[in-house]
Structures are given as structure tokens and as C-alpha cells.
Design a protein around this ligand. Structure first.
Ligand code: SF4
Length: 498
């Protein structure tokens, strides 16, 4: 049997760890198992031709919010081209309503729900005719015109999953994903990880052996997929210390952490890490108490803000913080406060995200309670709720655009540190005014080189009669960001955007 495991990643630098796990789980029962990864940016014809001409008996797609629409189209076309091919869908985007997915997509043959490492080999055996489909855990399938859904498999023991990078090379031009634990102890109502509260983790010795493999190969970045890496302080300390002891001077390790679980002992250890060894992603989401209670986030906001501030002050790790617009009880005015509270921390990256009402989450079940209106197709992003109008959500998206261009991408540090407080009551008001200017002038209609962003900011200051005041700071940032020749060229062209 020739069976392909495939997906459309959101970018080339991303890779899919789940496919590697399934390959390792299924290769003993299916000789002709293969993996191919594409991206959502590959042309439909390119991927379609690859799949049609390779003569597969079955193609299995890994489905997420960023690829589900394209995969459904591709799978249907593939079935039309080769009706004998069997199509299986798996992944979080089809796991919570497998029967509905089969009803809505008559050209799809199977949906595999739940964790696939145990059930995928069972499906392979059933496909080969060795067992019947009702023996494959989590499988949703058709038989005699009816749809059947088998009970989902028990969560797998992570120790039974082999380390994937012994079989698959660490691709140097891609982010390397690694998972040392599954599940999250917290219950945030908008997050599918909250549905798996039983944390399963690999023993520390196994984790260290796996990490040594990355260190020995000098890979650039390892991104832990663990949902809250520091849920267990002793384990966290042990792994941080190991990485600091074995540091190769090159590899960076990215962790999603809960900031209010950091204590003095952890800060003491982190303070000794090489600059660039660690990168932390911290979901703050909101600083409004009613909002956090409504989404069942139990974090202590004051402690979170204090810890993030301390991490930023240490100055040796890249700090990324997240806010989510569209949560309950957070109107435009309250969101402004959350934004200002978080902006004041001075993290390297502030991601302003928008609530997605994901399948399987309890906030989606509560949509009526909060008057949610959201996109009917993935990524199910908020359009409005009883606290934010659609126009306000769009205004926040405009703010997100300029925040990304000017704050997150870097290159404006001196200018922003002065201008934000000198020209606006709060940081939110500054970015709101900049977004208003940017969109009113129509700059959103084309992409801009970095140098044009300096010109736009200069013109924005000029619109307030303060262009000359900030010119020296803009020049300073420009000279620090661009090379000598580019700066010379910039000054030849001048400050007017053409
Ligand atoms: S948002 Fe983070 S802390 Fe909350 S349930 Fe999801 S993974 Fe856990």
C-alpha cells in the first residue's frame, strides 16, 4: 500500500511534527508510507499534480485552521481525479466534529479524531484489510450509507513515541519543533489545549538526551510545543540548567511559559543564561479581571506583569507577549488599558491577536451569551461581540498593522521611546493615531520597503507640525538599521515618499 502523510504548512520555515510521529507509528504496518510537506503558498496545481501522479492508494491530510479550506478543496479534486484513492483527514480542525466533516464532504472517506499515534497504525491495518474499520480507535467512516464514529483512543504514553529527529534530519533552514509534554493544567475557555488537562511528560533524562541531539547539530532554533512549559518548577529548573551547562553558543530554545509561575530561584538561574539562549512567549491576553474570570484564566495579573517586567530587565532573552482582542467584558476602552499595561513592559514583541472561536472550545459554546459574531469558516475569527462593534474590531486590526510594522519589526526604538509619550496620552492612543493616519493616506494599499516606513512616520509627525522635532531620532534609527550604502541612497532620495 502506498500511503502519503501530508499537510500544507503556513510557511516554509514551519514543519509538521505530527506527521513525523504518525510516520514512525505507522511504518511498521505500512511499507509504502511516505511524508511530503507543502505550504499554503504553493500553487494548487503544483500540489495537485504531485498528489495525482504519485499513484498513492491513500492520502492523509493533517488539518489546522490555516489549511483546512485549501485541504478540503484539494482532497475533493484529488478524489475526482483518482476515485479509487482513499482520503483521510486528521488534526485539530477535524477532531471535534468528525461526523459533520464527513457529512459536509462526501469525497472524504475517513476522519481520524483524537491523538493519532495509537490509532493511525490501526487504520493502516484496516485499510490493508487485516482488521475491520470498527477496530480503529477514533475513526469516523462510512459503511453502507451510514456514518460511524469509533470511540477515541486513550491518550498515548509519550515514552512510546520515538524521538523523531533520529529518523528525520534537522533541517537547518527550518524551525525545529519538539514536544516534551502534552496537556495543560489551565482551563482557558478559548483554547483547545484546555480540553486535555492531564499533563503527560517525558522523563527529564529522555528530554536531555533528545536536546543533546539538537545541541550536537548546532541547530538554530528549537521550539518547544509544550503548552505551559514551566508548570513543574523542579523540572523546568533542571532543563534550563542542563541547557545552560551544555550551551553550544548557537542554539536558541523557545518556550511558552506562564509568567506568574516564575519565582526568585528561576530568575536567579535565568539571569545567568547566555544572551539569546532562551526565548519566551507569554500569553497575557488581557489585564481586565472580569475578562480573565470569564475565560477562566486563573493567572494573577499583577504577578504576570511584574514577572514579564523582570524578564525584560534581565535583558538576555527575547520576550514575546500576547494580547487577545475580542474576549468577554473587554470593550474598546478596556482593551486600551490592557494594551497600555502590556506595552509598558517593553517586551521585544507585542502580538495583538484576535479571538478565534475554535471548534471544541467552551467559548464557542457560549457564543450567544456574549453575542459573538464570527467568520463561518476557519479561522473563525471574531467579527463583533456585545462589547466590540465590527468597526472597532477593524480599528484594532489597523492598530495591529502599524504596531507590527513599527514596534515588532524593530528599527524605530529611539524614535518610539520618545515620540509615543511626547505626542499621545498613552501608547494605545499613539498607535491609534498612527493607524488612523496610515489608513487615511492609503498606505495600506501597497507594500513598503523599510526605508518608506521612516518616511511615513516622518510625514505622520509632520501632520502634527512636529516633523523636525523627531527628525534626529528618525535619522539615528535609520542609520542603526540600514547599511551605509542604503543610508546614502535614502538621503539622496529624501524624506518625501513617492
Ligand atoms: S491558553 Fe495557554 S494556559 Fe490557557 S489552556 Fe491554552 S495552553 Fe493552557
Amino acid at each position: 500500500m502506498k500511503v502519503l502523510l501530508t499537510t500544507l504548512n503556513s510557511k516554509y520555515v514551519h514543519s509538521n511534527l505530527a506527521l513525523k510521529y504518525l510516520y514512525l507509528a505507522g511504518k511498521h504496518v505500512c511499507d509504502g508510507l511516505d511524508i511530503k510537506e507543502y505550504t499554503i503558498n504553493n500553487s494548487r496545481d503544483y500540489v495537485f499534480t504531485e498528489l495525482v501522479t504519485a499513484d498513492y492508494d491513500a492520502v492523509c491530510f493533517s488539518c489546522y485552521i490555516w489549511n483546512i479550506e485549501k485541504i478540503l478543496e484539494l482532497a475533493a479534486d484529488l478524489k475526482k481525479a483518482r476515485p479509487q484513492i482513499q482520503i483521510l483527514l486528521g488534526g485539530p480542525e477535524v477532531s471535534y466534529d468528525g461526523e459533520q466533516v464527513l457529512r459536509d464532504n462526501p469525497l472524504v472517506d475517513f476522519v481520524l479524531t483524537g491523538e493519532g499515534e495509537g490509532s493511525f497504525p490501526q487504520w493502516c491495518r484496516a485499510l490493508a484489510g487485516d482488521v475491520s474499520f470498527d477496530q480503529a480507535a477514533g475513526l469516523v467512516y462510512r459503511s453502507h450509507g451510514r456514518i460511524y464514529a469509533n470511540p477515541v483512543a486513550e491518550p498515548v504514553n509519550l515514552l512510546q513515541i520515538p524521538f523523531p529527529y533520529e529518523t528525520f534530519p534537522c533541517e537547518t533552514d527550518r524551525v525545529i519543533y519538539y514536544e516534551s509534554s502534552r496537556g495543560c493544567p489551565f482551563g482557558c475557555s478559548y483554547c483547545i489545549s484546555s480540553l486535555d488537562k492531564r499533563i503527560r511528560s517525558l522523563p527529564e533524562e529522555r528530554v536531555k538526551a533528545d536536546l543533546r541531539c539538537f545541541l550536537d547539530q548546532n541547530v538554530k532554533q528549537v521550539k518547544f510545543l509544550d503548552r505551559t512549559f514551566n508548570w513543574d518548577k523542579a523540572r523546568t529548573l533542571e532543563i534550563f540548567r542542563f541547557l545552560m551547562d551544555q550551551d553550544n553558543g548557537v542554539t536558541n530554545f523557545h518556550f511558552e511559559i506562564c509568567a506568574d509561575l516564575l519565582d526568585d530561584e528561576l530568575f536567579l538561574v535565568l539571569g545567568q543564561a547566555r544572551e539569546g539562549l532562551f526565548q519566551f512567549e507569554i500569553g497575557i491576553q488581557s489585564t481586565n479581571g472580569d475578562t480573565l474570570s470569564a475565560v477562566r484564566r486563573s493567572s494573577d495579573t499583577a504577578a504576570v506583569l511584574a514577572s514579564v517586567g523582570r524578564l525584560v530587565l534581565l535583558g538576555n532573552s527575547h520576550i514575546h507577549v500576547d494580547l487577545i482582542a475580542g474576549l468577554p467584558y473587554e470593550d474598546y476602552r478596556i482593551f486600551r488599558k490592557s494594551f497600555n499595561d502590556v506595552y509598558a513592559l517593553g517586551a521585544d514583541n507585542l502580538q495583538l491577536g484576535f479571538l478565534k472561536l475554535l471548534k471544541g472550545t467552551s467559548i464557542r459554546a457560549d457564543e450567544k451569551k456574549y453575542g459573538y459574531v464570527y467568520m463561518s469558516k476557519a479561522p473563525y475569527q471574531i467579527i463583533s461581540n456585545q462589547f466590540l462593534t465590527a468597526e472597532e474590531v477593524c480599528r484594532l486590526k489597523q492598530i495591529e498593522t502599524v504596531l507590527d510594522l513599527y514596534y515588532n519589526r524593530g528599527g524605530f526604538a529611539h524614535t518610539l521611546s520618545e515620540a509615543v509619550s511626547a505626542t499621545a496620552e498613552t501608547p494605545f492612543d499613539f498607535y491609534e493615531a498612527l493607524a488612523g493616519y496610515y489608513y487615511a493616506e492609503g498606505f495600506q494599499h501597497r507594500s513598503h520597503k523599510k526605508e518608506d516606513l521612516y518616511r511615513i512616520l516622518f510625514q505622520f509627525f509632520g501632520s502634527m507640525g512636529r516633523g523636525e522635532q523627531f527628525l534626529p531620532l528618525l535619522e539615528r534609527d535609520l542609520k542603526q538599521t540600514m547599511n551605509f550604502d542604503a543610508v546614502k541612497k535614502f538621503f539622496r532620495k529624501g524624506w518625501t515618499i513617492l
